[in-house]
Write a protein that binds this ligand. Sequence first.
Ligand code: SF4
Length: 262
Amino acid sequence: MGVPSVFLRTFGCNFKCAGFGMPRGEISTEVETIAFAHDNIPYKDYKDLPLVSTGCDSYASWDPRFKDLSPMLTSEAIVDRIMEMLPQDHWIDEHLVITGGEPLLGWQRAYPDLLDHPKMRDLQEITFETNGTQKLDPKFKEYLIEWTDNKELTFSVSAKLPASGEKWEEAICPEIVCEYEQVGTVYLKFVVATEQDISDAECAVGAFRNAGFNGHVYLMPVGGVESVYTLNAKNVALAAMKRGWRYSDRLQVPLFKNEWGT
Ligand code: SF4
């Protein structure tokens, strides 16, 4: 937190996470209404899409019904956009955070072309924000091992608990996450709201530890909206301390509120 970072958001996800913010066993239908509206009078820009308070708040970056709002860019065009954002036109101390959707889908094959671009050579640190379900492509793994020779790579693994609506056996993949540890620093991050979520996180951590996972565990309070987040934050911090885990804040909420691009 607090490190100037460029976020590269790739399109597509293997999950839907329609259970977030819903009573257990129920799924959000907020996006259905938005998709229906988009079919009739198309939105022109993803930033015009309504924000949702249930389900995945990044739906615009994976739901195929909104794919027309995400441009397909060449590596060259992505680098140009990044350079426009950096205050000095080149990397100094900024991090690149590659997120999604799920950034470790087929995009793994495209990253070497982007990272080998001459203007990307000064980049020193990358974080993948992943749901921890995608195996590393062997060639990409080899590439990353070389890349990290003198640079930092982190996998921020937000493994999905049952509150997401996704199935445990598909969402909790300890062997896959342990393989990330062969390449970079890995931590687990669980977004929690209730005692049940925290107890699910304990079970998940047990499964990851049994598989040999060595990294840190973070709890993060649910809440894209400041009022919800503030209510939950202290309890989540206390629950993390009680278990010897770490607490992660949501700095973007007080700074930027719940908006696209934050
Ligand atoms: S894994 Fe992440 S991006 Fe994919 S649906 Fe779930 S919350 Fe959204």
